[in-house]
Design a protein around this ligand. Structure first.
Ligand code: ZN
Length: 285
């Protein structure tokens, strides 16, 4: 039996990963492109999980039951592992990647910036796991879903971020198509492999038995995500200098930078000089 109070608690925990992610990257939302990447990524993730459910229909008809039931059933370990990587990992990571790539391609200017790629993948993964958790809640109830909300969101996020690293490297090498294609494939394959392996461990063993391993993996995932984000920021150099004002200390800069050289906060591109400068300009003339 669950009350409306449980529903409220559940709703809060469910949106928790999205809110935390949004809050951590708060200072970057000044960048209009990145804000767009996030919200379009969220929308793309909804489409991705819808497509995944559609693709699962013929696969589940073939397997004669639900895919998660197929994996939970006792059978040879390698068959379970192949199903985890080849079906769940590949289908889910494939469509998540497709969604994020569409977001990048639709944004004519700046869609291939490493930070844009990272954020669109992350948004896609966050809404994907959000809807997946709602689906599990409807099917299995709160007691099954609650312990896994943070674990599954973080896992989805880290697979997507790893894939985004390869995708953004691929986009930077767009002039050599062979390298681009190679990197895009490596990205999807490595995310599929990690996703499948993670699900295999979760289905094969009780979450309590391997909680130490899961905790270690998630800590490592956080570290990797942080490193990938820092790399994306380092590579995110504007192609041309522009006039910008700091969002915090109001310093003016004309350079190929996205962060204030004085205080480190985001700078905002401005098209016209602030009136005080214009005025003194005309006074001089
Ligand atoms: Zn500043």
């Amino acid at each position: 039996m669950h009350s409306s109070f449980d529903d409220i608690v559940f709703a809060i925990i469910l949106v928790f990963p999205i809110v935390i992610f949004y809050a951590i990257l708060q200072k970057h939302w000044l960048d209009k492109d990145l804000r767009k990447a996030f919200w379009n990524g969220i929308i793309a993730g909804c489409f991705s999980i819808f497509l995944v459910r559609v693709i699962y229909v013929p696969i589940e008809l073939y397997l004669g039951g639900e895919i998660r039931a197929f994996i939970s059933a006792p059978r040879e370990w390698y068959i379970t592992l192949i199903a985890c990587i080849g079906i769940i990992g590949f289908v889910e990571e494939g469509f998540k990647t497709l969604g994020a790539h569409i977001v990048c391609c639709l944004n004519r200017e700046g869609g291939f910036r490493p930070t844009f790629v990272f954020i669109s993948f992350a948004g896609c993964a966050l809404s994907f796991s959000f809807l997946e958790n709602i689906q599990y809640y409807i099917v299995y109830g709160a007691s099954v879903v609650l312990p896994r909300v943070l674990v599954s969101s973080l896992a989805h996020l880290s697979f997507a971020c790893i894939c985004s690293y390869f995708s953004s490297s691929a986009f930077l090498l767009i002039k050599s198509p062979v390298k681009t294609a190679f990197l895009l494939n490596i990205g999807i394959l490595s995310a599929s492999f990690l996703h499948g392996l993670f699900d295999y461990l979760l289905f094969k063993y009780s979450i309590m038995v391997i909680s130490g391993i899961i905790l270690a993996m998630l800590s490592f995932a956080l570290f990797i995500m942080y490193e990938i984000w820092i790399q994306a920021l380092k590579k995110d150099i504007p192609p041309m200098g522009f006039l910008a004002v700091c969002s915090s200390c109001r310093a003016l800069t004309v350079d190929r930078i996205r962060f204030c050289p004085f205080c480190g906060k985001r700078v905002r591109k401005i098209d016209t000089l602030p009136t005080i400068i214009k005025k003194s300009d005309t006074d001089g003339n």
